[in-house]
Ligand binder design. Structure first.
Ligand code: FUB
Length: 473
């Protein structure tokens, strides 16, 4: 087992106060924080997609200690409640595109006719220029393969976004320093006509001062969508540091009207990148910043805020927070839950599991994960976890209130003879009822203690030991 390179971020809770001070956030107790939504790796360029009752979040991955946009892979996360996020690993990377050499930058995935298309900018090895590739998969979590074996479009510009209009016509927009669009065919992997430039007028995209080459605020990262008959283009404005602004139009090709700021310059990263969705009756704004320990312009992290459109359809000004949105739903502890579904974690990493999906690993004494808004109802009587370990003396503590809160159950974990040799342990729990946050804290000696693949509670009326099922897909 190779120790992960991310260990310097392993003490997120201890360092979070410092990070919050650096980024100008209001300091709050780390245990209450839910932004950034991923704590065990750096993430950037969020692109949410709502599908079958979950939000799938497609991001880039800033390498630890990066001093440039050194990005080799994309990652997928999902949530049914906007507070607990499941790590689906990396189903697409630069190597997916045989013609690409580097720079897994900002993309977007959309669904059409049961297939998932992920449009991304990467460097074309043959030309040395940025090109837009398209991955395709049968599931929102992949695996993705190169849909056409070559760039879909290439003009050296970046940051694709796709909008499928009510008519069925799909549009691909992208660009920095220009803003382009092309009409995609219904196969989503070819297009009709040629790429057209959207006129960057100050009426359409605001006025930038001090840069004769860029008279408007438009910089990069367009996010185009339609809501109540109005087309929105939310984009990274000005440079550097960027803020998030938006324009609207009554047609997908404009003319666009500049509507102002969505998110001011905040958060310790000189870029920002927007993604907007409606989910379970709320509207959500995704962005990135430098809020994690070690974070900055090249080591970014994705956050999310809930917001409400004004009655005229305008977007209010949204600020980054360390608290994140309220839960959009509860989590059912009586069905199998992936261990890598967390609201907040400290010290843990994730890896591909031999049983499918991902597992939580690289766990040291005192590491913990928090799962938010868990609906225990009348009360849990047992806790089961799928675990693996190569040491003796490890345990999973079930706690409430905080990671240091009341221990309501403790499962001992045996040496299973391998980090991917799985067994299920079960122990009694008491005092877990109603809806509350759950903390799983890991204890034992020194060094790595155990891996956890999934967990499940039992109630008096349910079987204590769950059947093994499929991971969340
Ligand atoms: O992540 C690399 C680049 O930084 C993206 O393509 C831009 O949108 C900016 O976020």
């Amino acid at each position: 087992m190779t120790p992960p390179t991310a260990r310097f971020r392993a003490r997120v809770a201890a360092l979070l106060g410092l990070a919050l001070a650096v980024t100008g956030f209001t300091a709050i107790t780390p245990a209450k924080a839910d932004n950034p939504i991923v704590q065990h790796i750096y993430t950037a360029d969020p692109a949410p997609l709502v599908h079958n009752g979950r939000v799938y979040l497609y991001t880039g991955h800033d390498e630890d200690g990066s001093t440039y946009f050194t990005m080799k892979e994309w990652r997928v996360w999902s949530s049914a409640d906007m507070v607990n996020w499941t790590d689906h690993g990396s189903p697409m990377n630069v190597g997916t595109f045989s013609w690409a050499s580097k720079d897994a930058w900002a993309g977007q995935a959309v669904e059409r006719n049961g297939k998932f298309y992920w449009y991304v900018p990467v460097v074309n090895r043959a030309t040395g220029r940025m090109a837009i590739g398209v991955g395709v998969a049968d599931s929102p979590t992949g695996p993705f393969r190169d849909a056409i074996g070559r760039p879909l479009v290439e003009n050296g510009e970046i940051d694709p976004t796709v909008m499928i209009d009510d008519s069925g016509q799909a549009y691909l927009y992208w660009g920095n320093p220009n803003l382009w669009y092309v009409k995609l065919n219904s196969d989503m992997i070819s297009y009709s006509g040629s790429a057209a430039k959207i006129p960057l007028t100050t009426a359409g995209f605001g006025t930038r001062t001090g840069d004769a080459n860029r008279p408007t605020l438009y910089e990069e990262g367009p996010w185009v969508y339609k809501r109540n008959g109005l087309y929105y283009n939310v984009f990274a404005a000005k440079c550097c540091s960027e803020f998030i602004a938006y324009s609207t139009a009554t047609s997908p090709t404009g003319p666009w009207t500049y509507r102002g700021t969505v998110m001011p310059t905040q958060g310790g990263s000189f870029t920002n990148h927007a993604g907007v969705v409606d989910f379970k009756g709320g509207s959500y704004f995704f962005y990135h910043n430098g809020a994690l320990p070690g974070g900055g312009g090249y080591t970014r992290s994705v956050g999310v805020e809930k917001f409400s459109y004004n009655s005229d359809g305008s977007i209010p000004t949204i600020s980054m927070s360390s608290g994140g949105p309220p839960p959009a739903d509860t989590l059912n502890p009586y069905t199998r839950q992936e261990a890598e579904t967390v609201a907040w974690s400290s010290g843990i990493e994730t890896e591909v599991s031999s049983e499918g999906g991902m597992n939580v690993g690289y766990i040291d004494n005192g590491d913990y994960l928090k799962v938010k808004n868990v609906a225990f109802g009348g009360g849990a009587t047992s806790f089961s976890a799928r675990v693996a370990s190569t040491v003796s003396g490890a345990s999973v503590e079930v706690r409430t209130g905080s990671q240091n809160g009341t221990v309501v159950g403790r499962c001992s974990v045996p040496n299973t003879g391998g980090w991917q040799n799985w067994t299920t342990v079960t122990c009694p729990v008491s005092g877990l009822s109603g809806t509350q946050d759950l903390y799983l804290r890991f204890a034992g000696g020194s060094g790595y203690l155990l891996n956890v693949n999934w967990w499940q509670f039992g109630a008096a009326s349910t079987a204590a030991v769950p059947r093994s099922g499929l991971p969340v897909r």
